[in-house]
Design a protein around this ligand. Structure first.
Ligand code: ASP
Ligand code: MG
Length: 438
């Protein structure tokens, strides 16, 4: 079994939906995971936000225009009157359901129900299109098998059990279509895997079924060695290890959902990143094959705040770091980078929501400096730690850029430096030149 995931732009118009069908219409058994049409989840978020503040008029306006958009797409998608009717019935029912939630006292539970509508629509629309052109497919409701537990983590063994039971009902079917992103939580309510979570759906399904391969189809020809939006010359990396991919996904290579590598890694199912615009291109394969002794790629993460914590009490003391970390823990703020000296520790966070409260607590026993607008530039690879030269090559490439933190040795896959965001472009360009000769 193969799992193929297509994102919002791949189902973003009637034409793109038809193009997608040409990519899935062979005889190989597969489960196709679809996102909502691009823009839809954002629209649903806007509708929910209006409802949270009680602006029902605004919500209704947004709902009406979204419904109009879908009505237009149906006309482009279907050529038979019977399929158009089915599509219209579908859209009418789903929008009636959304309107039924525009009541006062809007809740998170209702919001989640609204957010699920985008994927429910896109999958049914593609399923009806397949039917129109004579390709048999089964629409597999993700809400019947995708589950998260009470820590909001996917419940892999339950998913496996429910999914296998759902598939067994269709022993002859080869093509299954299901919704990305949406799931049920431990209370059985409709929930989701967070924004961009359709990738996660695909890797959870792939892991649950021990699939042959998980394919993530996007508009880019795989994971690149550097950020193509910032530097001119980049190239797709043909092979990545799961560890490298996890580092890159977290550090800003927007192509993959950061946690989605984990289920595939756990069950050792390769993940292939492919391009709908260039289906014959090789893309990137993520697997457990280790290529040690190499620098693979560079990525950057903006919006970082550095907190520099100093105390004379740290000198020769134990327990100091614990009291610092406990403050961050109390405010559920995760720390990304850490560097220490004999009298201080600097950490970075990407969520500064509770920063003021954290500083106030830390100031009871340390002095604090905060640097905002920082960027983590991270070099990912499979470094052989016993081999000399990696740190030198990286710092040599960056020799003309002010660096405010360096982290090396946390794993064999990552060397990170912190720079002011204004230096990010220069840093990425300098590394492209120094490490890849581009
Ligand atoms: N539709 C959801 C989103 O826009 C999930 C996804 O596309 O991956 O976040
Ligand atoms: Mg995505």
């Amino acid at each position: 079994m193969q799992i193929l995931k297509f994102g919002g732009t791949s189902v973003g118009s009637a034409e793109r939906m038809k193009n997608l069908v040409s990519l899935i219409a062979d005889e190989k058994p597969k489960i196709v995971v679809l996102s909502a049409m691009s823009g839809t989840t954002n629209n649903l978020v806007e509708i929910s936000n209006a409802l949270y503040v009680g602006d029902v008029d605004k919500a209704n306006g947004l709902i009406n225009s979204l419904e109009k958009k879908y009505e237009g797409i149906l006309k482009e998608l279907y050529s038979k009157e019977s399929s158009l009717k089915k599509g219209q019935e579908l859209v009418k029912n789903h929008f009636a359901f959304i309107r039924s939630l525009t009541l006062e006292n809007f809740t998170a539970k209702r919001e989640k129900a609204i957010l699920a509508e985008g994927e429910l629509l896109s999958t049914a629309m593609v399923h009806f299109y397949l039917e129109e052109i004579g390709i048999h497919s089964v629409l597999l409701p993700a809400l019947d098998f995708m589950r998260i537990d009470n820590r909001e983590e996917p419940d892999l063994s339950l998913v496996e059990e429910l999914l296998k039971a759902a598939l067994e009902k269709h022993p002859l079917a080869k093509l299954f279509i299901t919704q990305g992103y949406i799931c049920r939580n431990a209370s059985g309510d409709v929930d989701n895997l967070k924004r961009g979570g359709s990738d996660y759906t695909a890797t959870i399904i792939g892991a649950a079924l021990n699939a042959e391969e998980i394919q993530i189809w996007t508009d880019i020809d795989g994971m690149h060695n550097n950020d193509p939006r910032i530097v001119d010359k980049t190239f797709p990396v043909t092979e990545l290890s799961f560890d490298e991919a996890a580092e890159l996904a977290y550090f800003g290579a927007k192509i993959l959902h950061p946690t989605c590598v984990l289920p595939a890694q756990k069950r050792n199912v390769p993940v292939r990143l492919l391009n709908t615009m260039q289906p014959e291109a090789k893309g990137t394969v993520i697997s457990n094959k280790l290529i040690t002794d190499r620098i693979t790629a560079v990525a950057a993460k903006d919006g970082i705040t550095a907190v520099r914590i100093k105390s004379t009490r740290m000198l020769l003391a134990y327990g100091f770091l614990r009291s610092v970390f406990e403050v961050f823990e109390r405010y559920k703020t995760s720390i990304d980078m850490i560097t220490t000296s004999e009298v201080g520790v600097s950490v970075t966070i990407d969520d500064a929501k509770n920063l003021q409260a954290i500083i106030t607590e830390l100031q009871r026993f340390c002095s604090i400096e905060v640097d905002k607008d920082q960027t983590i530039v991270c070099v990912v690879g499979n470094f052989a730690l016993e081999k000399p030269g990696y740190a030198f090559r990286i710092l040599d490439a960056l020799k003309s850029i002010p660096i405010s933190m360096i982290s090396y040795g946390g794993s064999e896959n990552n060397i990170s430096v912190l720079v002011k965001t204004v230096y990010k472009k220069d840093a990425l360009m300098a590394l492209n030149k120094g490490l890849f000769g581009l």
